[in-house]
Design a binder for this molecule. Structure first.
Ligand SMILES: *Cc1c(COP(=O)(O)O)cnc(C)c1O
Length: 431
């Protein structure tokens, strides 16, 4: 039996001292019901909670653990770095190595600045785009997540085409005025928004493959359409590849779809599990960043030697492993096929979206190509499914609107176990 006594006790205790008991909201399981499990350790494809339960890991720290947990080369690199002190706040050689590696792996990046999180990367990227163009507005897409910066916590308002509305208390109307939110995969709406804000759009920011409304692929021509609009209107195109960077290919989604942004934001995998982010792009734009340019951006711990060591050990393994992405795609396709077969056998019409090692099962019979579609999912049913899967030792992201992340440690045998758990869970929630 699946005992979670210790986790429950820890959650009680945590809520006394930490808002909601967690340091990032999705961890609290509010979207799926029940209490979060507290993690003790993880290795390879498995994560272990405080009660000693073992789970097959499909969150993988929301992406970074693409090589599986406790990767020995990353751990060795970190241990070596630690012995030389944890931080200097001064330049180091390893930062050059990191920057060079990123520029080599992602050809659209000619220069790059390291930061400490994906949120910092996107906040800095739009400031840079505004500074570079001298314009104010940013266009983003419904259901895309770009971290918790004020400019991104904006919903499409009543005058959606020209100004948004705060999506969280604490975000001012003034800030919301400068963000325009349009539906994902809708180039026509982008055209409209650009026309309505003539000569005042600094940037279009997009997850080239959306992972934060569940996995949603770009429609044919969508990314190309954005590129054309940006070229025609002098707008900076930002691909937020915090999730897809080093996840879909060594050069991220831009390598897969062959569309080059002006600025790319990175995070998650780039830190190998340490808190790291980065933004980079065309030399001409990046040279607007201080100290060489006028756009201010800084960080006491940016380029931290331990974080750089972890990230570099991650990226060098990705570079060396010629079959990493084809292997990941193959194993995830096996998972997709197994899940689909299970749904078919039970006569359930749900929708699976997948690309490479990102996959989502939406509890809706309709095709999911934007946030409106994703929201048609039966969230209550997803919550039940999540809890049944957890009982059966499969640790899924605790929300319908998150992608599952497959790591290199997931074997065909483990895929069979996940599929079996899924079939049993589906049967239980539909009886
Ligand atoms: C996770 C994520 C972020 C935010 O990164 P943090 O490191 O959590 O601040 C931004 N953009 C995308 C696409 C993400 O997936």
């Amino acid at each position: 039996m699946h005992q979670i006594t210790k986790s429950n006790n820890l959650f009680e205790e945590a809520q006394k001292y930490i808002p909601g008991g967690v340091n990032s909201p999705v961890r609290a399981f509010k979207a799926v019901g029940g209490n979060p499990i507290f993690i003790k350790k993880a290795k390879g494809a498995f994560i272990f909670d405080e009660d000693g339960n073992e789970y097959i890991e499909l969150i993988n720290s929301w992406g970074p653990m693409i090589l599986g947990h406790a990767n020995s080369k990353i751990e060795e690199a970190v241990q070596k770095a630690i012995s030389g002190s944890l931080s200097f706040g001064a330049p180091t050689a390893i930062e050059i190595e990191m920057a060079k590696t990123i520029c080599e792996m992602v050809p659209s990046i000619e220069k790059v600045r390291m930061v400490n999180s994906g949120t910092e990367a996107t906040m800095s990227a739009i400031r840079l785009a505004r500074g570079y163009t001298g314009r104010s507005k940013v266009i983003k897409f419904e259901g895309c997540y770009h971290g918790h910066g004020d400019s991104f916590l904006i919903a499409a308002g009543s005058g959606a085409i020209t100004l948004g509305e705060p999506n969280s208390p604490g975000v001012t109307k003034g800030t919301a005025q400068d963000t325009v939110t349009v539906p994902f995969n809708d180039v026509n709406k982008v055209h409209e928004a650009v026309r309505a804000n003539k000569e005042n759009v600094a940037a279009i920011i997009v997850e080239p493959v959306a992972g934060n409304m569940g996995c949603v692929l770009p429609a044919e021509g969508f990314l190309e359409g954005l590129r054309e609009i940006c070229n025609a209107e002098g707008i900076v195109l930002i691909f937020d590849e915090v999730m897809t960077g080093f996840r879909l290919s060594p050069s991220g989604a831009q390598g897969v779809f062959d569309v080059q942004p002006d600025i790319t934001t990175l995070g998650k995998i780039i830190g190998g599990g340490m808190p790291v982010g980065a933004y980079g792009g065309k030399r001409e734009i990046m040279d607007f960043v201080s100290p060489v340019g006028p756009v201010y951006q800084a960080g006491t711990l940016s380029g931290n030697p331990v974080a750089m060591a972890a990230g570099l050990a991650m990226l060098s393994q990705i570079k060396e492993d010629q079959t990493l992405y084809s292997d990941l795609a193959l194993i995830t396709a096996k998972l997709e096929n197994g899940l689909q077969e299970g749904l078919d056998n039970l006569g359930l019409p749900y929708t699976i979206n997948r690309i490479g090692s990102m996959i989502s099962v939406f509890f809706t019979s309709e095709k999911v190509s934007n946030f409106e579609d994703a929201k048609k999912s039966d969230l209550n049913l997803f919550g039940q499914y999540f809890r049944e899967m957890l009982k059966r030792g499969v640790y899924l992201p605790p929300s319908q609107f998150e992608s599952w992340f497959i790591s290199k440690s997931i074997t065909p045998n483990l895929v069979d176990r996940i599929v079996e758990a899924s079939n049993e869970s589906l049967r239980v929630i539909h009886q």
